[in-house]
Structure formats: structure tokens, C-alpha cells
Design a protein around this ligand. Structure first.
Ligand code: SF4
Length: 113
């Protein structure tokens, strides 16, 4: 129960922090000195883990590309280490279709740490 409460408080703090940054960024478009109060560190990162996709949407070119430059598990793990040192709290996987990676379960587990 206490753990659930702590998670709620943590989420609330995170969302309020993000809301503050959004308001500050918007306000800074009219009054530049406000930019110094906006955090320069990202709170959220999306990692494109593959270009492969089995959906083949006609509006998308992603799946037409050859997946020759796909990041390795080790390279993505290195990104996790780098973004952790920046204090990033949310990691997302994009593509293509991330679930086509054989190591996606392993990546999710490593991202949680
Ligand atoms: S990456 Fe997204 S938009 Fe592109 S083919 Fe796959 S599902 Fe469709």
C-alpha cells in the first residue's frame, strides 16, 4: 500500500514538473529570460530500435528501408547507461515495430533498471 502511495506521489511530482516546463517554455517564447528556469535535461527518451515493420502502411516508408543499421543490444544498453546518468525517467521504444526484435524482452528488462 505504501509503495503504491509513493508511486502516485512520484508520478504527481513528475507530471507537475513537466507541466511547469511546458508553461515555462511557452512563456519563454514571449519572454526569453524565462528559459534559464527550464531544465536542459530530457526527462523522456524514445529509442528507435528497428525500422522493420510488418504493418506496411501505405503512408509510411519505414518498412521499405533495409534494416542494416539497427542498433545492437549492447549499443542500446549503452544508451540506457547514458540516459540514466542524465536522470531520464521514461524510456520508450519506437520503430518500425519494436516487438519484431528478438531481444525486446531483454531490452525492456534492462530499461527498467
Ligand atoms: S512504422 Fe508505423 S506507420 Fe510505418 S508501417 Fe509500421 S505501423 Fe505503419
Amino acid at each position: 500500500m505504501k509503495e503504491k502511495e509513493n508511486k502516485k506521489k512520484s508520478l504527481k511530482r513528475f507530471l507537475l514538473g513537466r507541466a511547469k516546463d511546458v508553461v515555462l517554455l511557452y512563456s519563454a517564447t514571449h519572454y526569453r529570460p524565462l528559459l534559464k528556469f527550464v531544465s536542459s535535461k530530457p526527462s523522456e527518451v524514445s529509442i528507435k530500435v528497428t525500422q522493420r515493420c510488418n504493418s506496411r502502411c501505405i503512408t509510411c516508408n519505414e518498412w521499405k528501408e533495409k534494416p542494416e543499421n539497427e542498433l545492437t543490444t549492447k549499443e542500446i544498453e549503452d544508451i540506457f547507461h547514458q540516459i540514466k546518468s542524465l536522470g531520464v525517467e521514461i524510456v520508450g521504444f519506437t520503430g518500425g515495430e519494436p516487438l519484431l526484435r528478438n531481444d525486446i524482452g531483454e531490452l525492456i528488462e534492462k530499461a527498467k533498471k
